[in-house]
Every structure is written in structure tokens, then in C-alpha cells.
Design a protein around this ligand. Structure first.
Ligand code: UGA
Length: 427
């Protein structure tokens, strides 16, 4: 099938690669001509394991084409996925201006029946609005349909998640749209959840908000575990074995970041309160996340036991999670900012990025970052931090405090090397 994709961020690029993998011919459009130029040379603008190889392979076999503008008729594409960004506005609601601009331009390019699939995360009612906008512009309603097909991939495992999804959610108005989307995904072994347009849009927000709630719940639990001298990691592990609870998203830490959870929690909250619906659980989810870094800094400061100005600490990890170069809403970066504001001197290391954070000194080597430091804080759970030589860490540091902000270090090994281990909600 010939398929179009408009908007080449994480979701757009991964969708393009996976659809090419499924033997479709994919025309990818983005209005950033610099990005298109680089993609044509095989340079992928984001770090995502396996993505560059996959895109390069399918550029060479002609399954992927990149363009900075929509052509008339859009290359005979029967299905066009829209994967443009919907970043948050100041009030928390999503900015739909990119989507709106694409729909208006697309309206003038439709020459034969086209299924327009909204993959961007959008509030319930947006797909209906797209269908109505096309009608208002004068597009023949027999020549198009609109569907919702939210994406559930995680950064760092994007290709795997899209090729092996738990389910594919499709919101449709017609059987024709549903069967076209099933045809698109032929080759992927999963179940389909077929719903109305707005239920499909809501499933995406509800899923992300629920996962964020699990994280905030376990982070809140970490605070009471800390007060009661209970290890939250043991508690999570015990809860996980109940199939009704499950093992995922119960890892206490510095809180959730990234381009999705903070944005989607905010958007759902805004959608509710702007219609007079209070969402106290969601408000608390956000509140706990907003204060978790401060809570961790308080724990760190308390554990020094005495007051000394200009303490030096090393922070390992800057991205919002491992295996990505994405620092959007990163708790690690927030931690660095708040540490410097609290008077700490911060040395930092990350295997992929060195974001500009005022007063933070970046190092190319993780051990070099430790020199003169009173404490080491693990802020992102990159697997290389698990395999470190802890005796070398102890040798390089001035102090011996290890704050595991992600509860993922082998505590015994670190303690055997002489480090004083402090976790999130771990006595
Ligand atoms: C998230 C969802 O997991 C995807 O299903 C969804 O498609 C995506 O948002 C999106 O809406 O596009 P992502 O933001 O890539 O994916 O990353 P996650 O793996 O979900 O992690 C989000 C944040 O939660 C990270 O900062 C991570 O460190 C934190 N987290 C995760 C915890 O603090 N504890 C956990 O137990 C799990």
C-alpha cells in the first residue's frame, strides 16, 4: 500500500520505519527542510536504538521517501497518518495549530479516497473536528474518512513497541476505515480494540494518566516507607505479583518526565476542569511528581548530617530515561537545577547528552565527574551505571554517599565497596 506520514518526530519516524518494514511504500513529509535533507542522507535526528539502520535500509530499497512538502494527490496514498506534535500551551491544553495547518493544506491535495489517520495525541472530539473541517472546506465526503489510531510506543524501545504492541487501538466511523487500518498493520500479531473516534482519543490520555498515577502512587508510598523504615522496593515487588496490579510502572524514583506523561496529565486535567469536572486524583498525581525532586534533595541534605556550604555532588544521567537522548521534562535536569539553586556545586555526566544547565560542570568521563564530590546521585538508570567499578568510585570521591535516585543499583555491591547507600524510600 502507498502510505503518507506527515510530521517526523519520534512517532512519525518510527511509524515510517515500521510501515516500510511491513512492506508498504511510505512518503514522509515534514516542513523542516533541514531535517528532510539530513534524513535523505541517512542522518536520523533522534537517538532511538535500531531506528537509523532501519530507515537507511528502507531508503536504499526505495520503500521510504522524504519530502518537505505535500504533493497534489499525495503520491496516490490511500492512508495518510498525521503525527505532528501537540505540545502543551501555558494552560495545559494541547496546541493543535500544527494539526490544523496540516488539515487545511491536505484538504486541497485530496484527489481520490484517502483515510486520514490521526496518530498525534489529541483531545476527544478532535477527529470529529477534522472531519467537519474538511467538509466545511468543501472536500467531497465520499473522498475521505477520518480515523484515530493513538500510539503507545515508549522512547528507547520504540521500534520493538510498535512491532509488538499489546493492542492496536483504532477509532473509526466506518467499517471501511477499520478494515483499511487492519490491512496497514498486516504482519503485526496483536489484538485490535475498535472504538468510536472519541473513545480512541480518550484511551490514549487515560492510559498515560493511569501509568503516571501508578508512578506517583509508588513515589508517595516511598515517602511513607521512608518514614516507617520500610523498603519500598520490596513492597513494589510484593505488590507486583498480584496480577490485578502487575509489575510495571511501580519503580519509585525522582518522578516521571519526558514529552508525554507531564503533557498528557496536564491536557486531561485541563479538559476536565474547563468543563467543570474536578479531577482530584490527577491533580495529586501531578503534585507528587512536581515535588518528588525536592523531597529527594531534602533526603540528601539530611543524610549529610551536618551543614556545610558549597558541597559538591556528582549527578550521573541527564536524559528523562535511559536509551534516549531526550531531555524534555527530565527529572535529572530538574534535579541539577534545584541542586545548584540550593547551593550545591554540581558535576554531571551522561553517556549521550550535555544539556546547558547554569552552573553545572559537564565531564566526558563518569569517573572524572566524581573528583572532590561528597555524594554521587544516580538520576537516570542507564545500564552502564550498574556495571561500574564501585571501588574506583569510592577512590575518586571525597565523601562516600551514593544516592540512588532510581532504586536500581545493586546496593550490596556498592556498600561492599565502602559507599553509604541511600535510595528513594529505602531505609
Ligand atoms: C510513555 C508511555 O509509556 C507510552 O506508552 C506512550 O506511547 C508514550 O508515553 C507517549 O505518549 O508517546 P515514554 O514517555 O517514552 O512513554 O517513557 P516511559 O517509559 O513511559 O517513562 C516515562 C517516565 O516515567 C520516565 O521519566 C521514567 O523514568 C518514569 N518511570 C517509569 C518511573 O519513574 N517509574 C516507573 O516505574 C516507570
Amino acid at each position: 500500500m502507498n502510505i503518507g506520514i506527515i510530521g517526523l518526530g519520534y512517532v512519525g519516524l518510527t511509524t515510517a520505519a515500521v510501515l516500510a518494514e511491513l512492506n508498504h511504500h511510505v512518503i514522509c513529509v515534514d516542513n523542516d527542510s533541514g531535517k528532510i535533507g539530513r534524513l535523505r542522507q541517512g542522518i536520523v535526528p533522534i537517538y532511538e536504538p535500531g531506528l537509523e539502520e532501519c530507515i537507511t535500509r528502507h531508503c536504499q530499497d526505495g520503500r521510504l521517501l522524504f519530502s518537505d512538502r505535500m504533493e497534489d494527490g499525495f503520491g496516490g496514498c490511500q492512508v495518510i497518518f498525521i503525527t505532528v506534535g501537540t505540545p502543551p500551551l501555558d494552560n495545559g491544553s494541547p496546541d493543535l495549530s500544527a494539526l490544523s495547518a496540516v488539515i487545511i493544506e491536505l484538504a486541497n491535495r485530496i484527489r481520490s479516497f484517502t483515510l486520514i489517520v490521526i496518530k498525534s495525541t489529541v483531545p476527544p472530539g478532535t477527529c470529529e473536528w477534522v472531519a467537519k473541517t474538511l467538509l466545511d472546506i468543501g472536500v467531497d465526503p465520499t473522498q475521505y474518512d477520518v480515523a484515530s489510531n493513538p500510539e503507545f510506543l515508549r522512547e528507547g524501545t520504540a521500534l520493538h513497541d510498535m512491532l509488538h504492541p499489546d493492542r492496536i487501538v483504532i477509532g473509526v466511523r466506518t467499517e471501511r476505515a477499520a478494515s483499511l487500518l487492519r490491512e496497514v498493520y498486516t504482519g503485526i500479531d496483536t489484538i485490535y480494540t475498535v472504538t468510536s473516534l472519541s473513545a480512541s482519543e480518550m484511551i490514549k490520555y487515560a492510559s498515560n494518566a493511569f501509568l503516571a498515577a501508578k508512578i506517583s502512587f509508588v513515589n508517595e508510598l516511598s515517602r511513607v516507607c521512608d518514614a516507617l523504615g520500610v523498603d519500598v522496593a520490596e513492597v513494589s515487588a510484593g505488590m507486583s505479583q498480584d496480577v490485578r496490579i502487575g509489575p510495571h510502572f511501580l519503580q519509585a524514583g525522582l518522578g516521571y518526565g519526558g514529552s508525554c506523561f507531564p503533557k498528557d496529565v496536564g491536557a486531561l486535567y485541563h479538559a476536565a476542569v474547563s468543563r467543570g469536572v474536578a479531577m482530584p486524583i490527577l491533580r495529586a498525581v501531578k503534585e507528587i511528581n512536581d515535588t518528588q525532586v525536592d523531597w529527594c534533595i531534602d533526603k540528601l541534605s539530611e543524610s549529610f548530617g551536618d551543614f556545610e556550604e558549597h558541597r559538591q555532588v556528582a549527578v550521573w544521567g541527564a536524559t528523562f530515561k535511559p536509551d534516549t537522548d531526550d531531555i524534555r521534562e527530565s527529572r535529572a535536569v530538574l534535579l541539577m537545577k534545584k541542586l545548584t539553586e540550593s547551593g550545591y556545586q554540581v558535576h554531571a555526566y551522561d553517556p549521550l547528552v550535555k544539556p546547558e544547565v547554569p552552573h553545572v560542570w559537564w565531564f566526558n568521563d563518569m569517573y572524572d565527574a566524581l573528583v572532590h564530590c561528597d555524594a554521587l546521585i544516580i538520576a537516570t538508570e542507564w545500564s552502564l551505571f550498574q556495571d561500574v567499578d564501585w571501588s574506583e568510585v569510592t577512590k575518586r570521591m571525597k565523601g562516600n554517599l551514593l544516592f540512588d535516585g532510581r532504586n536500581f543499583i545493586d546496593r550490596k555491591k556498592a556498600e561492599e565497596a565502602g559507599l553509604r547507600y541511600l535510595g528513594v524510600g529505602r531505609p
